[in-house]
Design a protein around this ligand. Structure first.
Ligand SMILES: *[C@@H]1O[C@H](CO)[C@@H](O)[C@H](O)[C@H]1NC(C)=O
Ligand SMILES: [Zn+2]
Length: 275
């Protein structure tokens, strides 16, 4: 099913949890289109794709006060231009979930959901070489903007892929949903979580959801499944028991602390790799 391949490879290509200044190469999108056998976008179409992406980046959806009104308006206008069904659901007032739908031809089949979040993490403009909300493009085609990777690029690529597929006359068998959720960067409790537990979601009959991953600047895409997960372990700590005023060395607590400190050091070293 080309649509899945296409959307999957795009998802793999262009996600990120990196929260520092970011850049994006749109090459993977175009490569994916080729893989799917679709016409390569003309120069003019490419600049329109980039310009729509820039518009989305320029909307200030920075936490803690994201401008969801503007992002909603923008996404609805995109949906409109693609003739997608749309609804705006405010499970919590002022925190809209934008749900778009491309109905499939076989309604008995479960659907595909492509999720992205609209909000971005805060920034310190002084640490940026280009204004974080400017969506500046340098000579190499790199686009600078908060959220360019995490994860407005992904939201836009879903939409652009649909645009290409529609242009090619493609009709999905399964219904395809797009959710643009608020507040992912602060836990997602008022957005994705409410959606997941809603009747709306039940009625969507979703079989597979694509969401964030990591970016790639070449043709190799990494696929993530359950990217972060808890790692449970049991530590058994032995030691001499104490009594009265006696303070023994090698108590169970002291030995347990050694393990915890070692885990802590490992965590710090992993953290240093990222930041
Ligand atoms: C963007 O929004 C944040 C609030 O979330 C605000 O602090 C910041 O000043 C805004 N930036 C611009 C350029 O409007
Ligand atoms: Zn994210």
């Amino acid at each position: 099913m080309p649509v899945i391949e296409l959307l999957e490879s795009m998802e793999k290509a262009c996600n990120s949890h990196y929260h520092n200044q970011s850049l994006l190469l749109l090459l993977p999108l175009f490569l994916s289109l080729l893989v799917a056998g679709l016409a390569y976008p003309t120069q003019d179409e490419q600049s329109q794709i980039i310009s729509r992406f820039q518009q989305y980046l320029q909307i200030n959806t920075t936490q803690p006060s994201p401008d969801y009104q503007s992002s909603t308006q923008f996404l609805l206008s995109q949906a409109n231009s693609l003739s997608l069904e749309s609804q705006v659901i405010e499970f919590v007032k002022g925190k809209p979930v934008i749900l778009l739908k491309w109905p499939g031809s076989d309604l008995s089949l479960p659907s595909i959901l492509l999720n992205s979040h609209m909000d971005v993490v805060p920034f310190e403009p002084s640490k940026w070489t280009h204004p974080p909300l400017g969506a500046y493009i340098d000579e190499g085609g790199n686009i600078f903007g908060r959220g360019s990777q995490d994860m407005k690029s992904v939201g836009m690529q879903y939409l652009e892929a649909i645009r290409r597929l529609k242009l090619s006359g493609f009709q999905p068998k399964r219904s395809l949903y797009l959710s643009f959720v608020p507040d992912e960067e602060i836990g997602g409790y008022d957005g994705a979580k409410k959606l997941a537990y809603s009747d709306v979601f039940k009625d969507m009959n979703v079989e597979i959801v694509l969401d964030e991953g990591l970016p790639s600047t070449d043709e190799n895409y990494r696929l993530f499944y359950a990217e972060t997960a808890p790692w449970w372990l049991v530590i058994k700590s032995n030691g001499a028991p104490g009594h009265g005023a006696k303070l023994y060395d090698n108590s169970a607590m002291e030995n347990l602390l050694k393990s915890i400190e070692s885990i802590s050091r490992f965590r710090a070293s992993q953290f240093d790799l990222l930041f």
